[in-house]
Structure formats: C-alpha cells, structure tokens
Design a protein around this ligand. Structure first.
Ligand code: ZN
Length: 194
C-alpha cells in the first residue's frame, strides 16, 4: 500500500466530474489497490474523508472514517465506509453548520451549512449495493466527499465568505466563540479536513 499525493486546489482534476464504476471494475485489482491506498492516505493525513479525485483518480469513490485523535481530540466517531457511485438524498430541510476544511485546501477553514440528515445509496468495495442514513458530522463529511466527485469544493458551498479563515485565526477568533455560542444548534460546530 502507498500514501498517495493529494491534489491541491487549482489542479483541474478537482473540478471534473468523476466517472461511475461497474461492479466488475470495482472488483479489479487496480481499483481495490486504489481503495486501500486511499484509506492509508486519509489516515496518514488525519483526514475524516477522502475522494478519489483528491488523489488524481477521476473515479466515483470516497472513503470516510473518524476517530478521536491528537489533532481532533473532540472528533465525533464513525466507522470506516467505502462509498462507490454514491447518491445522497436529504431527509430533512434542517441544516447543520460546520467549520469545514479540505486536504486539498490545507490550512483553511470555512463555515458551511448542509442538510443535517441524509440517505446514502452506493456500492461497497465488493460492488454490492448498500444504503444507510447518516446525520450530523458523518452526513457533513459524506456530502463534502460527494461534492468532490462532482468537481465541487466546500468553498463553493459557503454562503458567507467572511468566515473564511486560516487555521490559526480560526482557533484564535472563531473556535472560542463557537464554544460559548448559545445558538440552538443540534450539535456544536466543529472542524475537520476531508
Ligand atoms: Zn475535501
């Protein structure tokens, strides 16, 4: 397995629509190796998600996983999932706000609103259909990754660019306010790169 180079914002691969995979393609040695390498790469950079275009592969594959770690000691936990040809349907009009970050846009944070609860349909790494519901942080990460498969970055989703911050300034000026914010959010806003 190999740690792959992560495409940085400005690379055209991040702005292209990735291609669907057939079950036979998914089961190929090449794609299975790509999935393994994506998992290793996501963990190496302590991301909570990674989409194939971020490692220069225009395929509709995303991996997600979140555990508490030194970089995000307060990170919500969700198990590893491999999503291939994923389709997301919002289940509520309620949105959740999150300080998103992206391994392809390092060192930057921005506040994004997304549907709080979603249904996900995709194929797994064996090529079999899977479906499940996700809410809160995992729903945010899945939608962030799905956007990557369509050439969309979280910056495109920001409705208020005044929240765009470098990591240091986020921690200095925004994170303390978030901690004391009495806004009735279902979950406090946190941050993560994906
Ligand atoms: Zn990203």
């Amino acid at each position: 397995m190999a740690i792959l180079k992560v495409a940085q914002m400005g690379h055209p691969v991040l702005r292209e629509r990735a291609a669907d995979l057939t079950p036979a393609e998914i089961r190929s040695e090449e794609i299975q190796r790509l999935i393994d390498d994506m998992l290793v790469t996501m963990r190496e950079y302590q991301g909570v998600g990674l989409a194939a275009p971020q490692v220069h592969a225009g395929k509709r594959i995303a991996v997600i996983e979140s555990h508490k770690n030194p970089r995000y000691p307060g990170a919500p936990e969700f198990g590893m999932r491999v999503l291939i040809n994923p389709v997301v349907t919002p289940l509520e009009t309620e949105t959740i706000r999150w300080w998103e970050g992206c391994l392809s846009i390092p060192g930057i944070r921005g506040l994004v609103h997304r549907p709080r609860k979603i249904r996900v349909e995709s194929l797994d790494r064996g090529g079999a259909p899977q479906h499940f519901e996700a809410e809160g942080f995992s729903a945010v990460v899945i939608q962030h990754e799905l956007d990557h498969l369509d050439g969309v970055l979280y910056l495109d989703r920001m409705t208020d660019l005044t929240t765009l911050s470098y990591q240091r300034e986020y921690e200095q000026f925004w994170a303390p306010a978030e901690a004391t914010d009495a806004a009735p959010d279902p979950e406090p806003s946190r941050e993560a790169e994906a």
